[in-house]
Design a protein around this ligand. Structure first.
Ligand code: UDP
Ligand code: MG
Length: 309
């Protein structure tokens, strides 16, 4: 007995909604044998195409299809949060609608839960079909995160993850506005089994992420799960003070011994430029955290619903 909720964030995915539905049903027949029910929660993230209509068409045929439609585009993080909040299942799985999260893995994932894991996560071992520049920076991001954050964030981790109700409730208890789900999953802990798969390209449509969006998202991730950059500002400040102190001593001694006037204002200009650059950089880091704190303090809702079926 039990219920599995499938949370599916969709943003302008009219072509994929029913394709996904078909594939999902094909791969979840094993649930019946176990006597587990299925519900599908499509979260429309303010699509401007016919995504909502496509979901409603499915709903007419199948009562287990649910729709949450946002008042505007709030982003995938908000869509996942809304999906989790509105899922009734004893088990919840988050899946992309573009079939990049292979439904064929569900049976294996379920078997892992039965072994006693609280959560089964997936990661891509290859990034085939992705622009090389994007892969390079993605890898660099995960390497950096490993160094500066205590929270475990796996390289190539997808949001495709099956969780027990207990873990879902833990994730929902984290009400932060700046959400970085990959970090949140790591932060809440629980026994997690990692499954690996080869990258699959999306069936239809285009990716919603460009380089700039991903860059901003990575800043979200860093500020949400590490305060190391703030530390960096202090370290650089102290370092520069030490260097300045040594230089002052050097110049005084030189003056006393050789008595020559200090020449060379070009070097001085360079030093001033560099130190002010470092100052701006550090103020920028502070600003990032301040901005995130500002948004957090406002306590704005993470998403707004326009329609719910
Ligand atoms: N998505 C969303 N809101 C957004 C952007 C994307 O709900 O603002 C959904 C999208 O419909 C898809 C999933 O998030 O189901 C992953 O998006 P996409 O395939 O564009 O990302 P990629 O797989 O390229 O990382
Ligand atoms: Mg995708």
């Amino acid at each position: 007995m039990g219920l599995l909720s499938v949370v599916v964030p969709c943003y302008n995915e009219e072509e994929n909604v029913s394709l996904f539905y078909g594939e999902l049903l094909k791969n979840t027949s094993f649930l019946k044998e176990k006597g587990i029910g299925l519900e599908i929660v499509y979260v429309d993230d303010g699509s401007s195409d016919h995504t909502v209509m496509e979901v409603k068409k499915l709903r007419e045929k199948d009562e287990s299809v649910h729709l949450i439609s946002f008042s505007r585009n709030f982003g995938k993080e908000a869509a996942m949060f809304a999906g989790l909040e509105n899922a009734n299942g004893d088990y919840v799985v988050i899946m992309d609608v573009d079939l990049q999260d292979p439904p064929a893995m569900l049976q294996e994932m379920f078997a892992c839960l039965e072994e006693g894991y609280d959560s089964v996560a997936t990661r891509r071992v290859s990034r085939r079909g992705e622009p090389p520049v994007r892969s390079f920076f993605a890898r660099a991001f995960y390497r950096l995160m490993k160094k500066i954050s205590k929270t475990e964030i796996m390289d190539g981790a997808r949001d495709y993850r099956l969780m027990t109700r207990q873990m879902v409730d833990a994730v929902l208890a984290m009400k932060e506005y700046n959400r970085f789900t990959k970090g949140i999953f790591g932060w809440v802990g629980f026994r997690t089994k990692w499954l690996e798969f080869e990258n699959v390209e999306r069936v239809k449509g285009e990716t919603k992420w460009n380089f700039w969006k991903l860059f901003l998202y990575s800043i979200d991730g860093i500020t949400a799960f590490s305060t190391m950059p703030l530390m960096l500002a202090s370290v650089v400040g102290v370092l520069f003070c030490i260097i300045a102190f040594l230089m002052i001593i050097f110049i005084i001694v030189r003056k006393l011994i050789f008595g020559d006037p200090v020449s060379g204002w070009p070097s001085l200009v360079c030093i001033i430029l560099m130190t002010s650059g470092v100052q701006f950089f550090c103020t920028g880091i502070l600003g990032q955290y301040l901005a995130k704190t500002y948004m957090e303090v406002k306590k704005r809702p993470i998403y707004l619903i326009r329609e719910k079926i």
